[in-house]
Design a protein around this ligand. Structure first.
Ligand SMILES: Cc1ncc(COP(=O)(O)O)c(C=O)c1O
Length: 383
């Protein structure tokens, strides 16, 4: 069937974090949920529970795990057994659990900046030291500085690498040889890899490679965090998963999760099962719609506001806007977009080093809304 990504679903006044955190005349293009209606089988699955009217405890009875495993196999050729899928409320929670399960207080956690802000915040909140390497932008494309990454991995007490692929916010989809080099270094220094692959379905160039599929050796030292949420707009269903080919890693992860009493799933699992088993066509059409949106935004900014530079992301529905030529610093840049343009974007500074002077824009919305946001930005830049 053909899905409608053009019609705006009114979300103001619904306790939507995206839409209800700013005044009504501000266009929200920040937090990474989409504005698209989820596919009908997902809605039906949730409605079925709601109609029954009983919201007692749910169990993940194997169908949930099979749905994630099946999606991995069909999308990326990763033939992972359902027994190797663990329910987790969210990938954000999984990052926190991984930090606690695979490091001790005072240990180092490697990551590549700029990065989705919880990577840094969760290390700080858990008393771990972020050992960050800066992605280097060469000809507009971010690349891993392997010499620096090696230094960070070699440091005493670096025990975990939090990888993000596709990478938020730069939109990089790491290539096989890059991932292999990262993996070799992690093997060399005995570092566990937690690979956040939540944006893995949203790839426009290259292909998404789940980290454990690179080799049996790398499968043995890695876990992957995924969530149907980005693709099908299900963040509120709180039904993510962590997968690993290594039983000991999975067990350690499950133990930490359960020690926090975070192992209980919810009715959201029904939505994920419906999405993965019945809605592959939605994911395909979404990808094409997003490709159009992102290209439109890139072309618009290039033609109309050359002070802001960006390029088509290889993956994710996020644009990483280099605003340094606007000549505004720190709070002034965020204020420029919010107060003058009346669009809410994510402030690049919150993504750590390499984020200053940048803003992140979420393009997962109807094209008309995206156009309105871009027009507002043009108006603000022009005067
Ligand atoms: C890279 C990345 N990881 C994790 C998350 C959060 O996902 P969840 O809602 O499953 O915690 C996001 C959301 O924007 C993200 O971009």
């Amino acid at each position: 069937m053909n899905y409608d990504f053009d019609t705006l679903v009114e979300r103001r006044g619904t306790r939507s974090d995206k839409w209800d955190s700013y005044p009504a005349d501000v266009l929200p293009m920040w937090i990474a949920d989409s504005d698209f209606r989820s596919p009908q089988p997902v809605i039906d699955a949730i409605m079925e529970t709601a109609r029954r009217g009983v919201f007692g405890y749910t169990r993940a009875d194997g169908a949930f795990e099979s749905a994630y495993a099946g999606w991995m196999r069909r999308s990326f050729g990763w033939d992972v057994a359902p027994e190797r899928v663990l329910w987790c409320p969210s990938v954000g929670t999984a990052l926190a659990i991984a930090i606690r399960a695979f490091t001790r207080p005072g240990d180092g956690v490697a990551m590549m900046l700029p990065i989705y802000p919880p990577f840094l915040r969760l290390c700080a909140l858990n008393g771990r030291e972020a050992r960050a390497t800066l992605l280097r932008c060469e000809d507009g494309r971010y690349r891993i500085d392997f010499a620096d990454l090696e230094r960070k991995l070699a440091e005493e007490r670096t025990r975990l690498l939090l990888l993000c692929n596709p990478h938020n916010p730069t939109g990089r989809v790491f290539e096989e040889d890059e991932l292999r080099r990262v993996g070799e270094l992690c093997l060399k220094y005995n570092v566990v890899v937690f690979s956040d692959e939540i944006h893995g379905d949203i790839v426009f160039s290259g292909r998404h490679i789940p980290f454990p599929t690179l080799s049996p050796e790398l499968a043995a030292v890695s876990l992957v965090g995924v969530n149907a949420s980005k693709t099908f707009n299900l963040a509120d269903l709180r039904s993510a998963a962590v997968l690993s080919e290594n039983d000991a890693l999975l067990e350690a992860f499950a133990r930490e999760r359960d020690s926090l009493k975070l192992g209980r799933c919810s009715l959201g699992v029904a939505g994920v099962i419906a999405a993965y088993e019945q809605c592959a066509d939605y994911a395909e059409q979404l990808r094409e719609y997003l490709r159009g949106n992102l290209q439109f935004a890139v072309d618009f900014l290039h033609a109309e506001t050359p002070e802001i530079t960006t390029r088509m992301p290889e993956g994710t529905f996020l644009l990483w806007l280099d605003c340094r030529r606007l000549g505004l610093s720190g709070n002034d840049l965020a204020a420029f977009f919010l107060e003058k343009a009346r669009v809410a974007l994510n402030d690049g500074e919150t993504f750590g080093e390499g984020g200053r002077g940048f803003m992140r824009m979420n393009a997962a919305c109807p094209r008309s809304l995206l156009e309105e946001g871009l027009r507002r930005i043009r108006r603000a830049v022009r005067g």
